[in-house]
Design a protein around this ligand. Structure first.
Ligand code: AMP
Ligand code: FE
Ligand code: FE
Ligand code: ZN
Length: 282
């Protein structure tokens, strides 16, 4: 039995509807799926309904962008209350940051003589949580770049002319936000962020788990982070980070997380709910 705990839909920068994500998950035989769109939980209701209809388990999730020691890192939130007011207020703020950043990136692209219209990007994104992949797709659709890779290489990658830094919360802030919303905080794809030196401090801030299995983690990288998870007694998670057709071929199915790790995550959620619950007044 397997799971995929890192999936995006068109509520952020994926191209599949939540129902399509579930359809693919079922095709690969997954017993549990989590939706982890960037800075939003909007797709979770539809995804929960689609999972229920398909007879598989669903975990509410979102992927937050955070920073520590000057390094960007992504924190996955699992089993948060999707109605939690503080969580919703904070992600609404970061959605605004994303929308402003799209305007700034398009202004940089325009300054280079490429007449991409910002309205085109927003129309294509059609969501509250737009990101660089939407700009890349609009550049290709407008005929300004041949491929998404070309768009990132020419304009959007870090330190390229249209790259704009994104305001982020600190890792401890992200962890605290997730905990107060009843969830578990997991460091996403640590192999892509090269910030192992930050792990002790982030664990001290209350990190619950680490995404050891990821499409871009070769086996040696997964082993490396499994050893770190054992050392700090962290939960182990994994997922494909599928963005649908946004990056070419859908990645769902490339990571099949052993279901035992999902059971450990459920147990940690129950234990946290008990330990964080306010004792009844006598
Ligand atoms: P943003 O959140 O706006 O900074 O955009 C980050 C998203 O862009 C993530 O989903 C990344 O996987 C994607 N991304 C980053 N670099 C590239 C690249 N070189 N080619 C395609 N997608 C990328
Ligand atoms: Fe993404
Ligand atoms: Fe990520
Ligand atoms: Zn992701």
């Amino acid at each position: 039995m397997f799971a995929d705990l890192h999936l995006h839909s068109l509520f952020s920068d994926g191209t599949f509807t939540p129902e399509e994500v579930v359809g693919h998950g079922v095709r690969f035989g997954h017993r549990a799926l989590a939706l982890t769109d960037h800075d939003t939980v909007e797709g979770c209701e539809r995804m929960a309904a689609a999972c229920a209809a398909a007879g598989i388990e669903f975990l509410v999730g979102t992927e937050l962008t955070a920073e520590h020691g000057g390094n960007e890192l992504h924190i996955l939130a699992y089993c948060v209350d999707p109605q939690n007011p503080e969580l919703l207020a904070k992600i609404a703020k970061f959605q605004k940051v994303r929308q402003e950043r799209i305007r700034d990136m398009v202004a940089c692209i325009n300054a280079l003589g490429v007449p991409l219209q910002v309205e085109e990007v927003f129309a294509l994104a059609n969501c509250r949580s737009p990101g660089r992949p939407h700009v890349a797709r609009a550049l290709v659709r407008g005929g300004f770049c041949r491929t998404l890779d070309e768009a990132f290489e020419r304009f959007l990658k870090k330190n390229r002319p249209a790259w704009v830094p994104k305001a982020k919360m600190s890792a401890p802030e992200a962890i605290e936000l997730i905990h107060q919303a009843g969830g578990l905080a997991v460091m996403a794809h640590p192999g892509l962020n090269r910030s192992d030196q930050n792990i002790p401090a982030i664990v001290a801030a209350g990190l619950d788990g680490i995404e050891c299995f990821h499409t871009k983690h070769p086996p040696a990288t997964a082993e490396h982070y499994l050893a770190i998870a054992r050392h700090y007694q962290l939960l182990v998670t994994g997922g494909s980070d599928c963005h649908g057709l946004s990056k070419g071929k859908p990645l769902i199915g490339t990571v099949r997380l052993d279901y035992q790790y999902v059971e450990k995550l459920y147990a940690a959620k129950s234990a946290a709910a008990e330990s964080r619950a306010v004792p009844p007044v006598k």
